[in-house]
Design a protein around this ligand. Structure first.
Ligand SMILES: [Zn+2]
Length: 312
């Protein structure tokens, strides 16, 4: 083990101690979505050598996919023909890469069926890192940043990973009813339905989850996690982002408005985004709201994360 690795482990351990101020057994506040800003303790003062660029996430393909979803297809309300076109588009892209996307069916609150699109890229281990995004939008919103950008990045990452060797398998989850849905209590309906459909073995293979949601607009990089759940993946990604001088804020939230599906099964989860998100849920969330360099910064960060050995 080299000294850099030891240093990283020491820092991650120190951060874990810093962030463990909220006792695990304390009752989780219900549906408050108050964000507790936590300082990036120590992140600013520790001099970590940069790994330098380690992949060729150019953003070319990610931008193309983001444009196809946001501009050519447009607003993708669940349910709608446009959202069906989006799931078809994503499935075809995955098939073109030689993957076998699954249409994971679930019931909408009105009893009709819908499907998430799921694909696995096998790594050396059967244990998985999960990437998640959502294809649906609110009405009249092209959803370029929220969240065609996440889907676009995941498709470019898939193209980079297929045919290469990397430690943990990668499960790609393109969810389809994450925005507010008529008849559902909360955001995050389709991911919650997906997790309910899995058996304990399938859930047990999920080592870590990273949501890519709103990754192309805003000035500050946020790595979010639930304050009273396991946050190892957020710390890992925070360190990685820091080593690239992306000046991340690693922030604990009491409960996210969406993206809780995996946390509810105690799977370490982070949510990476640029904030504050401009044009959120508005007609202005079109391609003019997508900054390529922001997309590339996160795409490249996630590629490195996916190709590294887990830290523990
Ligand atoms: Zn979103």
């Amino acid at each position: 083990m080299n000294s850099f690795r030891l240093l990283m482990i020491a820092i991650v351990t120190a951060l874990a101690l810093t962030f463990s101020g909220c006792p695990r057994e304390s009752a989780r506040p219900d549906v408050s979505i108050g964000i507790r800003e936590q300082p990036t303790a120590g992140l600013g003062v520790v001099d970590i050598p940069s790994d330098g660029p380690s992949s060729a996430f150019t953003g070319d393909r990610a931008m193309e996919h983001t444009r196809a979803l946001a501009e050519e297809i447009g607003p993708r309300l669940m349910p709608s023909d446009a959202l069906d076109a989006a799931t078809k588009y994503v499935s075809e892209q995955l098939i073109d890469l030689g993957l076998a996307p699954e249409q994971a069916l679930y019931d909408l609150p009105d009893g009709t069926a819908a499907a998430n699109i799921i694909a696995v890229i096998p790594g050396i281990s059967e244990q998985e890192r999960v990437l998640a995004c959502h294809l649906d939008t609110v009405a009249e919103c092209p959803g370029a940043n929220d969240d065609a950008s996440g889907a676009g990045a995941m498709l470019e990452l898939a193209e980079m990973l297929v045919g290469t060797e990397f430690p943990l398998s990668v499960r790609l989850c393109f969810f389809t009813a994450e925005e507010a849905l008529e008849g559902a209590d909360e955001h995050g309906y389709s991911s919650a339905q997906y997790m309910k459909s899995l058996n304990p073995d399938q859930i047990g293979r999920m080592a870590a989850v990273c949501w890519l949601d709103k990754i192309a607009a805003g000035s500050s990089l946020k790595v979010l996690y639930i304050a009273d759940a396991r946050s190892s993946v957020a710390l890992e990604l925070g360190q990685l982002a820091h080593s690239r001088d992306l000046k991340p804020t690693v922030t604990g939230a009491d409960r996210w408005s969406e993206e809780m599906a995996f946390e509810d099964y105690d799977i370490p989860t982070a949510w990476v985004e640029w904030g504050p998100a401009s044009e959120l849920h508005s007609p202005g969330d079109d391609m003019r709201n997508v900054a390529r360099e922001k997309l590339v910064a996160i795409g490249d960060l996630i590629h490195t994360w996916l190709t590294e050995e887990p830290s523990e």
